[in-house]
Ligand binder design. Structure first.
Ligand SMILES: C[S@@+](CC[C@H](N)C(=O)[O-])C[C@H]1O[C@@H](n2cnc3c(N)ncnc32)[C@H](O)[C@@H]1O
Length: 762
């Protein structure tokens, strides 16, 4: 395998300016292994062009530094000659081999001077060194640098793919071979420049980096690659040489956030000066080694998480902003890369890592059929900022036990591997973080997870109900008689002195007020029916479809269905305007909503991002229209999955007549649904109430189930509705969940014998 130019160049750069290789190696080993995967994708030619361009630009500064190092070089060479029996530093050894035993004096001298303890320091002022610390001498790259990093001298880093199921995600990430070149913006197009031969110094390229370059006891990818380290004594200037941190756009960064890159907490990356090295080495809790985790969700999201426990015992610690962390990481820890790639950023690094894993892990023919591994993740508490980068989420966070995490995940919805259970249509259902509706709704609906690494499970977002197969839903215009519409109306029906036919359903008054919200009186009635069903007459079927589907022969008596108030909206056959105030639900969602991961263990939930007045329409429950029989069959298949259920009975009129099988309908949002599928249950004092709405169908067999606020709901409040579950009724199609609604009226805790029909099927 060809040598890796990035590794070579990074080492050359550090060597040239005298950075201790001992300190850097263990860190770079891990960083490079990850980053190189993406770097490898860049064509060799382009790399050279880029490197040449950068090197030339930096030449003058490097030469200046070299002059200053000159004296030291000579001394060091003498010293080296005297002490050549001593074990060589790995880099030096590499160079010696690569140069047939010829060592570049200047490079070697400077290299040893800063980091080495057994050799002299260069005669360079620290400040000056800081200024030039990462300048690199131009050089000619005559041969392709090696790319084959070898682990422990035995195992190649990029072996052939093994079956997925047998290995952890991290192992897979480390071992899958890159298949296709990937262009990197801004790099591929750089013109190639010729670099004078006079500067050709070293070619650390002919040999693979072997075990002796890195600590040998470090397994691939199971070691930390980055850590945020505390520094008890000083604040560190990210621009080097200054012990204070300048405020960026956030609060001052305390000393505890002195950043470094390390390996298992026992080494640190000393990239700039010894002062910084001391800082990064200061107080590393031994019991909490930093760690890197590569994980994927079942849908293929890749997360690379860098973590350490550096805040342990630091009560003064506060979580820095994402910008602060990123800036410090870039400035302090990783500027080596900036020499080679001026566009380098930590975000880019992390994103590249993620994308490499994605690239490497996608649709590999050798992968097993099992889903991708998901590594154990620590659940971060406290708010996580979402990256402003469209493609990457980078989230520094802090747990209560003091761990600091920098987590990066791909927001691009590419599955890591194709689990057997995901069909191509499933893959189509993977959700954009910015808009789960894929443009179906007027406004975007985003999803966030501030709790753990889970991603939104797949489903296909639909705005309106769809018939699955046998449901008897007939939208024929001819079915709507004159009494069921207002064909002679004009404009806005709410402004009529005498309400039109469409208000008949609601007792001759429209359900909506002119402001667009439900009339208080109507709303209160609906709420009261939900809160106290005993006061309102339940409907009982002679032959309940729920019982009939269970047992055709001997039917159990109907347990009753809550009688509900309907809304009838004006529709296409009406003469009024599309903007008529009696058309609310059919216009769709108009408030700003967000799907989020709940902290109470209820899974995903829905919240509003803006204050909502009482009686405001939020959304309807959209899903596949199934017959009760079809739902029963589906549930039989899924009953033991323990997954959330998303089906709702359209039973608001059951009991008023005998229903045929194809008329007993329900909505199932498991596979096709809208945002309402995320609304969780709350016993009794939910902030939403569901109301049946007739739009295009004159009867009550099929209707829309619409959610309205029961009170003022403030921004970021979770939206909930009372599913009407009787937690004591075990004779139900699916097992009831353990309610975590948190309501003081929770029926699951009190085990009340409240006898409401279960309108949501569990
Ligand atoms: C319509 S889904 C709601 C969205 C769901 N939380 C999710 O993650 O997709 C209904 C399911 O959510 C969960 N759920 C809803 N309300 C809950 C509550 N109060 N306590 C616990 N789990 C709840 C149950 O698993 C239930 O089957």
């Amino acid at each position: 395998m060809a040598p890796n130019p990035r590794v070579a160049a990074a080492f050359r750069a550090m060597g040239d300016i005298g950075i201790s290789q001992d300190k850097v190696k263990p860190v770079l080993k891990n960083l490079l292994k990850l980053y190189d995967k993406s770097w490898e994708l860049i064509e060799e030619e382009n790399y050279r062009a880029l490197a040449d361009a950068i090197f030339e630009e930096e030449e003058t500064k490097v030469m200046e530094l070299k002059k200053k190092c000159k004296n030291t070089d000579e001394e060091d060479l003498e010293e080296e000659a005297l002490t050549h029996d001593e074990p060589e530093r790995p880099l030096k050894r590499l160079r010696l081999r690569g140069q047939g035993g010829q060592v570049s004096p200047s490079v070697n001298a400077c290299n040893q001077s800063l980091g080495g303890s057994s050799v002299k320091r260069p005669k360079v002022e620290e400040d000056e060194l800081s200024k030039t610390s990462f300048r690199q001498q131009p050089r000619e790259i005559k041969e392709t640098p090696h790319r084959n990093i070898v682990n422990k001298g035995k195992q190649p880093l990029l072996p052939q793919i093994e079956p997925l199921g047998k290995r952890s995600m991290s192992e897979r990430a480390a071992s899958i071979r890159i298949k296709e070149p990937m262009a990197e913006p801004g790099i591929a197009s750089l013109p190639k420049q010729k670099v004078p031969d006079t500067h050709g110094l070293i070619k650390p390229k002919d040999e693979p980096f072997t075990d002796d370059m890195f600590s040998s006891d470090v397994p691939d990818y199971e070691v930390p690659i980055a850590v945020i380290r505390p520094d008890p004594s000083s604040k560190v200037d990210s621009s080097v040489g200054n012990n204070t941190v300048e405020k960026q756009d956030g609060p001052e960064i305390p000393a505890s956030q002195c950043l470094g890159v390390g390996n298992r907490g026992d080494d640190a990356l000393a990239l700039t000066s010894e002062r910084e090295t001391n800082c990064t080495l200061a107080t590393i809790p031994e019991e909490s080694p930093p760690n890197v985790e590569i994980a994927s969700s079942p849908l293929g999201e890749v997360k690379i998480s860098l973590s350490c426990n550096s805040t342990l015992g630091r009560p003064d610690f506060h979580m820095p902003s994402r910008t602060e962390v990123m800036k410090l990481m870039e400035d302090k820890c990783l500027r080596t890369y900036k020499i080679i790639d001026p566009k380098f950023s930590v975000m880019k690094l992390l994103n590249d890592m993620c994308e490499c894993v994605l690239e490497l892990g996608t649709y590999s023919p050798n992968e097993s059929q099992e889903g991708p591994d998901v590594l154990e993740r620590s659940s971060a508490q406290g708010p996580l900022g979402i990256g402003d980068d469209e493609e990457t989420l980078c989230m520094p966070s802090c747990t209560t036990n003091g761990s600091v995490h920098v987590q990066c995940s791909t927001a691009v919805d590419v599955p890591l591997s194709r689990p057997m259970s995901l069909s191509s249509s499933d893959l189509m259902s993977i959700h954009d973080v910015n808009d789960i509706t894929r443009g179906e709704e007027r406004d975007r609906i985003s999803w966030v997870n501030e709790i753990n690494g889970e991603r939104l499970p797949p489903f296909k977002y639909i705005r309106q109900n769809l018939v699955f197969q046998n449901a008897s839903v007939n939208f024929a215009l001819s079915r709507i008689g004159d009494e069921d519409c207002c064909s002679s109306c004009l404009g806005d029906c709410l402004f009529l002195s005498t309400p039109c036919h469409c208000a008949n359903e609601t007792g001759g008054q429209f359900a909506y007020a002119k402001e667009g919200f439900l009339r208080e009186e109507f709303l209160e009635e609906c709420i009261s029916m939900t809160l106290d069903p005993q006061r309102h007459q339940n409907l009982y079927c002679r032959e309940c479809p729920l019982e009939r589907v269970r047992n055709d022969v001997c039917l159990e008596p109907c347990k009753g269905h809550l009688r509900r108030k309907f809304i009838k909206e004006c529709w296409s056959k009406c003469g009024c305007s599309k903007n008529c105030g009696n058309r609310v639900v059919q216009r769709g969602i108009t408030c700003k909503l967000q799907v989020f991961c709940t902290s109470e263990g209820k899974g995903w939930g829905l919240r509003t991002l803006e204050d909502l007045p009482k009686g405001a329409f939020v959304c309807e429950y959209a899903g596949e229209i199934l017959t009760n029989t079809e739902l029963y069959d589906r549930n039989l298949e899924n009953s033991k999955s323990g997954k959330p259920t998303y089906s709702v009975l359209l039973d608001a009129d059951w009991g008023s007549g005998d229903l045929k099988n194809e008329e007993a309908l329900c909505l199932d949002a498991t596979f096709f649904g809208n945002v309402a599928r995320f609304i969780n249950h709350r016993c009794l004092d939910a902030n939403l109430v569901e109301i049946p709405v007739k739009v295009e169908s004159p009867d009550r067999i099929y209707y829309h189930l619409a959610f309205f606020t029961t009170r003022v709901v403030t921004a970021l409040e979770e939206l909930t509705w009372d599913y009407g579950i009787n937690f004591d009724d075990h004779d139900q199609p699916m097992k009831a969940f353990c309610c975590r609604c948190g309501s003081k009226f929770c029926r699951n805790m009190k085990r009340s014998t409240r006898s409401r029909s279960a309108s949501i099927v569990r």
